[in-house]
Design a protein around this ligand. Structure first.
Ligand SMILES: C[S@@+](CC[C@H](N)C(=O)[O-])C[C@H]1O[C@@H](n2cnc3c(N)ncnc32)[C@H](O)[C@@H]1O
Length: 299
């Protein structure tokens, strides 16, 4: 179980990230072309909009279904959960979010949409509460990799799911604490070294470093102790706990780590981005990936 001190630090980190958001297009999820690429892998159609491929997959596995009660841990500002309610896929969500500021904004977002009665939110640690309620939709979106014990998180939430309910995960499942393997680093750096210098220029004329290295564990824990704390355990845990879950790996070695920060210097329509996505797909197909979607009907 995570210490209270670590949990408080996580909450503070995400409070601050909310008040000082990332600049534009420095991460893959800020690129409509990469989002469409990921959706194409998940559902076969390059749909616009974050997660729309995964939602299409849920709809194909649960045709015509509306889930009555969903649970989501690490919801952030709950944009994704609000989207699912608006799209008519889920009626009501119980949300858990450690950052008080994000929890407040999540509530506001539902209120502004006129949907306050469709949500409850808690900033307490889900793992310390003895939640006994039953759900027909378990939602993990880019938060499972922030859990300190991912197997416990999968097991505890899967146990809350009614038979016939949906376990949904869309998350980073790569190396814990971003400790990339030598093989991953060789692909990432071969790609980065092939790019022209202008891709590395900052807005004030400096050059960013080309070579990616493993971050130090000390710096990872000092910044956000929850970052990829136990992410390597996610896929083994899903396979063990859920029995034959539908898992689609969605790449990321190049579009996440290879393009980190420099994406801002590569236009959406650029052939360089096309090449990056091609290389990412080749790696994904050969079992080198960082992200995955899992949709599973509970027995
Ligand atoms: C990468 S953000 C993802 C937010 C949101 N799910 C999304 O996709 O936009 C991870 C979130 O998990 C929250 N978090 C981390 N550890 C948590 C925990 N043990 N319980 C609840 N929330 C947690 C953080 O505060 C942060 O808002």
């Amino acid at each position: 179980m995570a210490s209270d001190q670590h949990l408080r630090k996580v909450g503070r980190f995400w409070d601050e990230r909310t008040t000082t958001p990332l600049p534009n297009r420095v991460r893959w999820w800020q690129s409509p072309r990469i989002i469409a690429h990921v959706n194409g892998i998940v559902c076969g159609e390059k749909l616009p909009g974050i997660n729309q491929g995964a939602i299409r997959l849920v709809q194909s596995m649960f045709p015509g279904r509306t889930f009555h009660r969903g649970i989501s841990i690490g919801c952030g500002q709950a944009a994704k959960e609000l989207g699912l309610v608006r799209q008519g896929l889920v009626d009501h969500f119980d949300l858990f979010e450690l950052s008080a500021e994000r929890a407040r904004l999540a509530m506001n977002n539902f209120a502004e949409a006129g949907l306050s009665d469709r949500v409850s939110i808690s900033s307490e640690d889900f793992f310390k509460l003895n939640v006994k309620d039953r759900y027909d939709f378990v939602h993990w979106d880019n938060s499972l990799h922030h859990m300190f014990d991912c197997d416990e998180a999968v097991a505890k939430t899967y146990a809350l799911l009614e038979s016939g309910g949906c376990f949904f995960m869309n998350d980073y499942v790569g190396k814990s604490r971003f400790q990339w393997s030598d093989r991953e680093l060789s692909y990432i750096n071969a790609f980065r070294n092939s790019l022209p210098d202008e891709c590395y220029l900052t807005s004030d004329g400096q050059m960013m470093g080309k070579e990616v290295a493993r971050p130090s564990l000390k710096s990872m824990v000092a910044t956000d102790p929850s970052e990829a704390a136990d992410s390597e355990s996610i896929l083994p845990s899903l396979r063990r706990r859920l029995r034959n879950p539908r898992i689609v790996t969605t790449g990321g070695t190049i579009y996440h780590t290879g393009l980190n920060d420099i994406l801002a210097n590569i236009a959406e329509a650029s052939p360089v981005l096309g090449q990056a996505l091609k290389m990412d797909s080749i790696l994904n197909d050969s079992g080198v990936f960082q992200y995955a979607v899992c949709v599973h009907a509970a027995r």
